[in-house]
Ligand binder design. Structure first.
Ligand code: HEC
Length: 175
């Protein structure tokens, strides 16, 4: 290899290394999007937001509720719960209200700690004002949903925590 082409090869290699390094850093940074609106209140738009535009596994866990945790029926014996930056920005909330744009994603896991389903709550302004404006959804791992929207089953059970904006696992005003 003559000298100029060696230099070109070296430059290309450096660029590649820089790109790879940047790529792996960027993966850990949560991409931000504007809050979903009423026209996005459907399972396709939400799946797009949590898995396609960017993946929810770049989000934070609930503070103090990191990683794999033991859970209860009907969600399965283990779970992981991720919350987006819109929600984190609203904590602690003295009124115990998650801000517009909040999304909580729960990976439901079986006894072998394999993820079997994804359930989520997404706060969409005007979607369901009587019940905290949450859009509820349950998906399989391919993104197919068998329950979504104003799902009575989800709302009725989570309503035990109505004074915490239907969120069960953590007090929204906790410091
Ligand atoms: C019989 C009660 C019950 C029903 C029905 C239920 N959940 Fe839950 N959910 C819970 C409990 C209890 C937790 C707390 C974590 C745990 O113990 O698994 C939870 C936690 C969650 C969380 C994490 C945020 C939080 O509230 O802590 C999401 C998201 C969620 N559920 C979504 C759903 C969706 C979507 C449905 C309907 C398809 C649903 N849930 C139905 C009891 C229920």
């Amino acid at each position: 290899m003559n000298k100029p082409s060696f230099h070109r090869a070296l430059t290309a290699l450096c660029l590649l290394v820089a790109l790879l390094a940047f790529g792996s850093c960027a993966k850990k940074t949560e991409a931000r999007f504007p809050p979903l609106t009423l026209s996005d209140a459907n399972t396709e738009a939400l799946w797009q937001r949590i898995k396609v535009d960017a993946s929810y596994d770049t989000w934070s866990f609930w503070p103090g509720h990191d990683g794999e945790r033991e859970g209860q029926a009907p969600h399965g014996p283990y779970h992981r719960i991720y919350v987006n930056a819109d929600l984190i920005a609203g904590l602690p909330s003295p009124t115990r209200t998650a801000p517009e744009g909040s999304i909580i994603v729960k990976e439901n896991m079986n006894a072998d700690r394999q993820v079997t389903a994804i359930t989520l709550m997404a706060k969409i302004k005007g979607f369901n004002p009587e019940n905290g404006d949450w859009f509820w959804a349950r998906y399989d791992l391919e993104g197919k949903s068998n329950a979504s929207g104003k799902v009575n089953g989800c709302i009725n059970c989570h309503a035990g925590m109505r004074d915490n904006d239907f969120v069960i696992v953590r007090a929204l005003d906790a410091q």
